[in-house]
Design a protein around this ligand. Structure first.
Ligand SMILES: *[C@@H]1O[C@H](CO)[C@@H](O)[C@H](O)[C@H]1NC(C)=O
Ligand SMILES: *[C@@H]1O[C@H](CO)[C@@H](O)[C@H](O)[C@H]1NC(C)=O
Length: 264
């Protein structure tokens, strides 16, 4: 085969596997989402796909404007931060609203259309409020405000996508797999914020198997630049539970630094 015939083929292969979403675009879309949450215009001001848009709240299909839902009215936002997954064309945003009439901690993944990467195909939200597990938005805010989820520098020190996925999975596997905790590179001063419950160091008193029910329906947003993985799932490992859940983990210097969970 001549180089001239091989080359266009290679190029087309490269362009089909190269992520069409850029970090800048994803983070800009995420910040528009945050602005819309604040304004109470999520259903009206964002580029949602017209054909097949899905809103999922606490692991169930729902509607953005349903009464009592987090996006049915403006929210006062005390803290938000977002990460971007250029490979999956997805973002993760944490929003803490502690000082409005109804407090919320929202863990939201957005997914974007492959045909038009500015259009949102899925808003996937774990919406914790009063009554949710260890819920106290003011306390959560205090802990999270003190943390740094800045980009990891230098670039060479960033964890790989594979490591982040592995750590996220191993963490959720701890309840079913006695060996999972041992595979996690715990940082010596890592901290865990579960709802508003604080534990430091985070690698102590962790589950060592025992449950037969896997934490399922896992959806990932992996951001190597920030060293983070967010997994939304159905937390099923505790007996009788089917908790809508978000586990976000930051890895610094190859070790777990923060774990933040939002559970309904
Ligand atoms: C992509 O979607 C955005 C938002 O709906 C729209 O403004 C833009 O025209 C679309 N681009 C293309 C190429 O269709
Ligand atoms: C529509 O959205 C659902 C849920 O996100 C997805 O499973 C399905 O594949 C989509 N269908 C099309 C035609 O894109």
């Amino acid at each position: 085969m001549h180089a001239s015939t091989v080359f266009p083929l290679l190029l087309s292969l490269v362009s089909s596997v190269t992520a069409a979403c850029t970090r800048e675009q994803l983070l800009s879309s995420a910040s528009k989402f945050v602005a819309a949450v604040q304004a109470g215009t999520v259903s009206s001001s964002l580029p949602l796909t017209t054909t097949n848009f899905t809103y999922q709240e606490n692991n169930k299909p729902s509607t953005l404007t349903h009464s009592g839902g987090p996006f049915s009215q403006p929210l006062k936002i005390d803290l938000s931060r977002s990460t971007a997954d250029t490979q999956a064309c997805a973002t993760y945003t944490l929003i803490i609203s502690s000082s409005g009439s109804k407090p919320y901690v929202l863990a939201t993944q957005l997914r974007f259309s492959s045909s038009n990467t500015s259009e949102i195909t899925l808003i996937d939200t774990i919406s914790a409020t009063t009554g949710s597990l260890f819920f106290n938005a003011k306390k959560t805010l205090e802990y999270i405000q003190k943390q740094s989820w800045a980009e990891i520098t230098p670039e060479g020190g960033r964890p790989s996508r594979e490591l982040l996925k592995k750590v996220g999975d191993a963490y959720l596997d701890m309840w079913t797999d006695a060996n999972a905790a041992g595979t996690i590179p715990w940082g010596t001063d890592c901290e865990r914020v579960e709802g508003s419950q604080y534990t430091r160091p985070c690698g102590t008193n962790v589950p060592k198997g025992g449950s037969k029910t896997n934490n399922g329906n896992r959806r990932y947003v992996i951001d190597e630049v920030v060293g983070s993985v967010d997994v939304l799932c159905s937390f099923d490992a505790l007996q009788g539970s089917r908790y809508p859940d978000s586990h976000e983990i930051r890895v610094e210097g190859g070790k777990v630094k923060y774990v933040h969970t939002v559970t309904v």
